[in-house]
Design a protein around this ligand. Sequence first.
Ligand SMILES: [Cu+2]
Length: 257
Amino acid sequence: MKTRTWITGTCLPAALGLALLAGCGKKESAEEQPPAAPASAPAAAPIDPATAAVVVGVVKLDGAAPKAAKIDMSQDPACKGANVAENVVVSDGHLANVFVYVKEGLGNRAFDVPKEAIKLDQSGCRYHPHVMGVVAGQTISIINSDPTTHNIHPTPKDNREWNESQPPKAAALEKSFAREEIMLPVKCNQHPWMRMFVNVSKSPFFAVTGPDGKFEIKGLPPGDYTIAFVHEKFGEQTQKVTLAAKDSKTVDAMFKP
Ligand SMILES: [Cu+2]
């Protein structure tokens, strides 16, 4: 609000869009205008690919991994195959499905919404992937590869809640979430074991750890950042990192069960 008070103070008619008051318009020389009075979000400062830096790392679980619980899918004969709980996926101490993102340090930078959609598949009465990241506003294309009907039901805190059923071979559901939200749960109203998480990020700087616990975030402008590691069961931890031009830094993380 403060940045705009000069408008009403010096030239109300201009602020109201009255072009006829030419004298008033003239008074507003470049000198009189405050240097920073953005009408909307600042434009994205372009990131120079020649100076872009990268953060890589491995996320581990300290101690014995809990044994994954078996899931009984017998309530729906169309749900075939083995299934186990995916809330903790560990292999040789490496922790998968950790959402890693730049939580602080990007300031007011704005980012283009990627045009390509991210795919969410329902197959074997499970979600693939179990944890995903998208940019706010980016399309998620939800498909049903199963011979049974699913009912996709996100239960957000800061976005609009919806639930829609999707029969076998139905067209993809194209959805997006407008606001940043980390670990937004998605469930299926038909199959109570089905659960996944969408992470809606303001920036494109995020990754999800694979079965080897590894992640990589590329294309970052030089700067001081807080990297957050978020796991659905073990919560969030953060680490600071300073990136110089063309830096490649390793930031590992360890969760405790
Ligand atoms: Cu389902």
